[in-house]
Design a binder for this molecule. Sequence first.
Ligand SMILES: Cc1cc2nc3c(=O)[nH]c(=O)nc-3n(C[C@H](O)[C@H](O)[C@H](O)COP(=O)(O)OP(=O)(O)OC[C@H]3O[C@@H](n4cnc5c(N)ncnc54)[C@H](O)[C@@H]3O)c2cc1C
Length: 280
Amino acid sequence: MISQPFEYSRPGTLAEALELLSGGSTKPLAGGMSLIPMMKLRLAAPEHLIDLSRIPGLDAISEGGGSIRIGALATHYGIESSALIRAKCPLLAETAGRIGDVQVRNSGTIGGSVAHADPSSDYAAALLALDATVHIAGRRGNRSLPYAEFLVDTFTTLLEPGELVEAIEIPAENPSTGSSYQKMVQPASGFAIVGVAARVARIAGKITFARIGITGLGSKAFRAVNVEALLLAGNAAAAAAAAGDGIEANSDLHASSHYRSQMVKVYCARAISTALSRAA
Ligand SMILES: Cc1cc2nc3c(=O)[nH]c(=O)nc-3n(C[C@H](O)[C@H](O)[C@H](O)COP(=O)(O)OP(=O)(O)OC[C@H]3O[C@@H](n4cnc5c(N)ncnc54)[C@H](O)[C@@H]3O)c2cc1C
């Protein structure tokens, strides 16, 4: 299907983009990997697209003050291949490398993925496990929110109309922490049927830190605090088996809710054991 007609603008600065976004039925366009298919299917019909792709510096990846800042326009491939992210935030690089296919990774952006809030987004699991912060720019000022608060539900975030995701910030990884992203792939699209991001640290055999983010299972990605608590209590054997407890699992033509809620335990076990094997 062909999308409805729309106006197109390509601002050269963030301020200009925010000015254009303050008009009526506008939408920012980043990689177009989610928005353009939605427009073609007439699930979205913005009257005016504001293309962010030529705003200088919006794809920058930098380090400062003990954290890594990733500009909203950084592509999945840019994140996967960044030497800085591979060294200081390996979980995000690993996750980016598991998204979709080469074309999607070359065009899709972290800002677009975070704003779109697909319930199977791979980044969502990793950003929860990484205690990420979302930096938001708006005409009335900027604000920052923990990603766990920013993500509200399926395709829903705390982003207000006219606001843009400007960057994602992640604390630089402690070198003794091990991490892993494990995903059951839906082969046609590459999306996660379930995906689990794990970060763990242990001292003298005892787990001292645990973060588990799960995507694809329910209406939004979530932190599995019950699994984390069991890991910290030294009950690693029971931890993965508790993944998904209390969550109403999605059911669709790719996987029933029962299948998803069993598979999340399997992928959680794999993520934990791989993360533990990588922890110094
Ligand atoms: C075939 C296929 C396979 C895929 N497989 C996967 C997968 O395995 N895992 C996965 O996680 N994702 C997958 N995706 C989605 C992909 O990661 C998209 O790139 C991503 O969801 C959206 O990023 P984008 O830059 O393309 O955003 P766009 O499509 O340009 O925009 C998406 C939405 O975000 C808004 N937006 C964009 N940028 C900003 C911003 N900076 N601030 C505020 N709002 C903004 C847009 O207005 C729109 O509403 C797949 C997509 C396709 C087409």
